[in-house]
Design a binder for this molecule. Structure first.
Ligand code: ADP
Length: 228
């Protein structure tokens, strides 16, 4: 069964002359454990789609199912809790807290959520991402590639079923991008997580299991169905 599924998903912004159909009927399925890339030019609707998949924003119409559950039937508070427990986000700008060290950044979402930190697991994730020497460093003391690895560790630490990544290598050079992406792939495979990444970088997208394309808020060509 698909772990992530959308049905005729639409998101419109503005109205009348300012109406923008950011998503205009997206049907998509992602299999459990699959690593999917969504590519498209700037303004094609990628971020809007990722926000809907993660329940960060509500659609104009249509559905998003996570593990068979219609997530927009949830009230705002329930949706927030659901998101914290099921989904890990990785953004282009890392979004690390500058006054917290690497370890504190990684466990922060769990502490905010009041969930128990599985220290053994967190340690393993830190090791897999090659951050063990840096756990007491502040983000400003790290390179961009390392900061993004911290953001990935933070996304993985709560053991989410799904990782949603928005241009995760957008601020990194091409060698570092490949390294970071390889690590994301290794960790998501190791922990059985499903990963959806949006990017405009074809080379980076090639590292995923499947690529779909979006144009003017619609998936173009075939490829909306899950492989797995
Ligand atoms: P991408 O991530 O592919 O660059 P977006 O999903 O950010 O594309 O945007 C898709 C379209 O929706 C664009 O035309 C953009 O200007 C518009 N859009 C996105 N967010 C908003 C918003 N909050 N208000 C109005 N228009 C928006």
């Amino acid at each position: 069964m698909a772990i992530l599924k959308t049905e005729n998903l639409k998101k419109y912004y503005g109205k009348d002359t300012t109406l923008v159909k950011a998503l205009n009927g997206v049907d998509l399925e992602v299999g459990k454990g699959e690593f999917l890339s969504i590519v498209g030019t700037s303004g094609s609707g990628k971020s809007t789609l990722l926000h809907m998949l993660g329940g960060l924003d509500r659609p104009t119409s249509g559905k998003v199912y996570v593990d068979g559950k219609d997530i927009f039937k949830l009230k705002d508070e329930e949706l927030t809790i659901f998101r914290r427990r099921k989904i890990g986000f990785v953004f282009q700008n890392y979004n690390l807290v500058p006054i917290l060290n690497v370890y504190e950044n990684i466990v922060l979402p769990m502490e905010l959520d009041g969930t128990r930190v599985d220290k053994k697991y967190v340690k393993e994730v830190i090791k897999t991402l090659g951050l063990q020497e840096k756990i007491y460093s502040l983000p400003s003391q790290l390179s961009g590639g390392r900061q993004q690895r911290v953001a990935i560790a933070r996304a993985l630490a709560a053991k989410p079923a799904i990782i949603l990544a928005d241009e995760p290598t957008g601020n990194l050079d091409s060698v570092t991008s490949q390294d970071v992406l390889s690590l994301m792939k290794i960790t998501s495979q190791r922990y059985g997580q499903t990963m959806v990444m949006i990017t405009h970088n074809e080379e980076i997208a090639q590292m995923s299991d499947r690529i779909i394309r979006i144009e003017d808020g619609k998936i173009t060509g075939k490829g909306g169905e899950a492989n797995a």
